[in-house]
Write a protein that binds this ligand. Structure first.
Ligand code: NDP
Length: 287
């Protein structure tokens, strides 16, 4: 297998950490980037180099990319994985937080691409792997701004793939379903904070409890499922445009695509009320 120079954002936790480990173990030269660099220390034993990065800071992005270019002279694969779920009712999420969600999940991703592309174009090759979500294909209540961000990643990646074909640069989108990482707790914390003391406290609170419970069960897929999908996108001679995998990913997107919007709304309304109990039962059955 051809050894590649790979830069992965959000490699300090969850999916990014898993992808960084798998790709390093395959012998690639992997640079793992995140704010909490210390969390990537254990991956040094596989040859990974931790790099400090905040995707909301253009200087930080430039420095991180410079570190890789100065050491390796090239970046073959950019994995844009850094992101979080800013859940909360549209009416109560402060504008500043909505902008931050877009800053990290969309503008940060775009800034990474802008910074890396000149080096890829120079070599007439490379690939960009953007971590989207099934949240870029369907919408859950109280996830509004997160969905805006992931629908944006889908659109941006589709446009990019066509624009970069002429330069021999390939673009793949990863669409994970539910993956057991700290993502769920972070989304629940945002939701609880923005619902508190508002008219959404009751229903939003139920959704937050479901997120907490659901993400604590073993029903969700391991981050390694997505780590392996990212590795396939990085290694394949002809990578697919989309890799949709992880718990309920295919089923949820399929159901959403065939039922009328009002049925989906009703299903979501029912789910907010009942999924917490379902998650609790699944947890009891699997423990
Ligand atoms: P984690 O919370 O485990 O990891 C998120 C990563 O993003 C961390 O490494 C964090 O690093 C990094 N990050 C967050 N903000 C910034 C920032 N400003 N600059 C640089 N890095 C940042 O979540 P997941 O592994 O689950 O999430 C990874 C991606 O997968 C996200 O884009 C998420 O939306 C997506 N996804 C997750 C799903 C799931 O069910 N878990 C499902 C579908 C998609 P640090 O804080 O150290 O900077």
């Amino acid at each position: 297998m051809e050894k590649k120079v790979i830069l992965i954002t959000g490699a300090s936790s969850g999916i990014g950490y898993s992808a960084a480990r798998i790709l390093s173990q395959q012998g690639h030269k992997v640079y793992g980037a995140a704010r909490r660099v210390e969390l990537m220390e254990p991956l040094r034993e596989f040859g990974l180099v931790p790099v400090k990065l905040d995707v909301t800071d253009e200087n930080s992005i430039r420095e991180a990319v410079k570190t890789v270019i100065e050491a390796e002279g090239r970046i073959d694969v950019l994995v844009n994985n850094a992101g979080y779920g800013s859940f909360g009712p549209i009416e109560s999420v402060p504008e500043q937080e909505a902008r931050m969600q877009m800053e990290v999940n969309v503008f940060g991703l775009a800034a990474m691409i802008r910074c890396v592309l000149p080096y890829m174009r120079e070599r007439h090759g490379g690939r960009i792997i953007n971590i989207s979500s099934i949240a870029g294909k369907l919408v859950l209540p109280y996830g509004g701004w997160y969905h805006v961000s992931k629908y944006s990643v889908e659109a941006l990646s589709d446009a990019l793939r066509i624009e970069l074909k002429q330069f021999g640069i390939k673009v793949s989108i990863i669409e994970p379903g539910g993956i057991k990482t700290p993502w769920g707790t972070i989304a629940a914390e945002h939701l609880e904070k923005t619902c508190e003391g508002t008219v959404y406290e009751d229903e939003g609170g139920q959704m937050a409890r479901f997120l907490r419970k659901g993400y604590a069960t073993n029903f969700l897929s391991s981050p390694d499922v997505i780590g392996r999908a990212i590795a396939r996108a990085a290694n394949a001679r002809r990578p697919k445009t989309r890799y949709r995998t992880g718990r309920i990913a295919g089923t949820a997107v399929f159901v959403h695509s065939i039922i009328p919007a009002r049925w989906w709304d009703a299903l979501m309304k029912f789910s907010v009320k009942n999924l917490y109990n379902l998650a609790r039962r699944v947890d009891e059955a699997s423990s």
